[in-house]
Design a protein around this ligand. Structure first.
Ligand SMILES: NC(=O)c1ccc[n+]([C@@H]2O[C@H](COP(=O)([O-])OP(=O)(O)OC[C@H]3O[C@@H](n4cnc5c(N)ncnc54)[C@H](OP(=O)(O)O)[C@@H]3O)[C@@H](O)[C@H]2O)c1
Length: 272
């Protein structure tokens, strides 16, 4: 960020904490620039312990003097919370929403005029600066607000401009993506244990396989299919293993999973 801005975090759970932790680690803002609130006193204590910032259960305190409001509650919590939050909004503020399946117009309709709404779909690797984050401005967002949001998201990973109709697909691929990769990691570690690895070795080896392969694909730049063909000799060990995955319907299963995520995100946008 070029100029310090005051950020009020409304709902500081796993995702907002991950983002704030990275901002603090990168010096993108100071603890004094951040103020947060949660629904419960226990949640506020977690925020104070993890981030060392001011946090209570009062939205009014969190938003006092805020230039930018980071909205980090769950989509299902918005309908109840929005009327009260709207009374705290101030013209000129930017509201950066993390809410899955919640179109920008829902916030624009519920907040007073003069607020810039920008939607973001982050993912948890943002905590270590390796996220991929969709940036989707609302219809009435000012150029300055979009610029501020973009500069705020950049220390968290790769920022991708996404039009609102594509936000459900981005959510199911990138927002949920870390869960797919972690499930694969769990499964590979479990498989390693099942064939005789010690538990610690299984976890460490599986993790390095995922890390090393991702880094190889990034540096090499060729299509993953080409890289996979290079390690899948005819009649070899990899081919025997991959044949089982393909025989069990994998990776088609992953396609089905992503489609289910897209459908759920679309349902959320209809308030279901
Ligand atoms: N987790 C992810 O990987 C991910 C990825 C992309 C987008 N998102 C989006 O990020 C948002 C947050 O997800 P999360 O996983 O971080 O959820 P979470 O851990 O459950 O956090 C929700 C936070 O909102 C607080 N809260 C609830 N109602 C509130 C209210 N009325 N006023 C103030 N605070 C309130 C909760 O307080 P208490 O702790 O006291 O209950 C908690 O701090 C969601 O909209 C989700 O769609 C999450």
């Amino acid at each position: 960020m070029t100029a310090p801005i005051r950020i009020g975090i409304l709902g500081c759970g796993k995702m907002a904490r991950a983002m704030a932790a990275r901002w603090l680690a990168e010096g993108a803002c100071t603890r004094d620039d951040l103020r947060a609130c949660t629904a419960s006193a226990a949640g506020a204590q977690i925020v104070r312990d993890h981030l060392g910032i001011e946090c209570g259960t009062s939205a009014a305190d969190a938003l006092e003097g805020a230039d930018l409001v980071l909205l980090g509650i769950k989509p299902q919590q918005l309908a109840d919370a929005l009327p009260g939050l709207a009374t705290l909004a101030r013209p000129g503020q930017t509201w950066l929403s993390l809410l899955a399946g919640t179109p920008t117009h829902v916030l624009e309709d519920g907040l007073p005029q003069g607020i810039s709404v920008v939607r973001c779909m982050p993912n948890t690797p943002a905590r270590v600066g390796q996220g991929v984050l969709a940036l989707c401005p609302g219809a009435h967002a000012s150029a300055a607000a979009i610029d501020t949001a973009r500069r705020l998201l950049q220390p968290l990973g790769r920022v991708v401009d996404v039009a609102e109709p594509q936000m459900d697909t981005f959510t199911a691929v990138a927002g949920c993506g870390p869960a797919y990769v972690l499930l694969f990691l769990e499964a590979l570690a479990q498989a390693a244990r099942d064939v005789g690895f010690a538990a610690d070795d299984a976890q460490a080896v599986a993790l390095q396989v995922v890390l090393g392969t991702a880094e190889l694909a990034r540096r090499d730049g060729r299509n993953p299919e080409v890289l996979r063909a290079e390690v899948t000799s005819k009649g070899g060990v990899t081919q025997a293993a991959i044949a089982v995955l393909e025989g069990q319907g994998w990776p088609g299963t992953l396609v089905q999973a992503v489609k289910a995520g897209v459908a759920r995100s679309a349902e959320l946008s209809q308030g279901k």
